[in-house]
Write a protein that binds this ligand. Sequence first.
Ligand code: NAD
Length: 232
Amino acid sequence: LVAIVTGGASGIGAATVTLLRARGATAVSLDISGGDVMCDVSDTAQVAAAVAEVIARHGALDIVVNNAGIGASGTIEDPDLDEWRRLFEVNVLGAVRMSNAALPWLTASPHASIVNTASVAADTGLVMRAAYSASKGAITSLTRSMAADFIPLGIRVNAVAPGTAATPWVARLLDKSDDPELALQKLTARQPIGRLITAEEIAYGIAYLASPLSASTTGTVLPIDGGLHSLR
Ligand code: NAD
């Protein structure tokens, strides 16, 4: 199977590329830097060109992992609307663009699967994450809607909803705080299992949803969050 993983050069995406390859897939990472194919998912022409390049190289496309994402901190007090727009361009419309460009190839695949990376922030109110949470809520809703639309095309659509994961993303977040050690302690304490999620644990969930082994699973959002959403 041939797979595209957006944001595949770092963190969860990179772990997914490694795991899909270990399991025998041809996985191509698309990223704004460091991927196999350069692609900014907020640019429609770049997305079309990247899909064309994957098809030219590998002749098919069976799996799309819409994982590229960016974060933002803040409330809706004094919102930076340009930042909101940028977040939605990447986190939401990026998945729309990529899935749309891949559609003809996915339709032709006997094992077509789209996996979106949502977040625990979609269904759990977290402070200072208004724009980010809204973008991930959109991804969760989009996942279900696309799953319904594409049943006739034989394309499954699912998502994972990670809790706080130990990736370069969270490292950057901690670097920005006044006391990174205390901030890490707080993030860890928020996780019912008492530790951050690993990128590999999320990759296993993505690989399951991407695989024909989950052929009866569509329209689901799989929490991989150490219990953050559901447990007290
Ligand atoms: P990361 O920063 O390590 O990796 C994200 C990758 O996406 C980077 O390689 C980056 O270059 C790429 N990217 C950013 N903008 C892009 C664009 N416009 N086009 C193409 N690629 C782009 O982050 P991560 O923690 O691995 O996050 C991956 C996904 O997981 C994101 O969608 C994020 O929202 C989600 N997520 C992360 C966590 C967490 O705690 N780390 C929790 C829940 C959800």
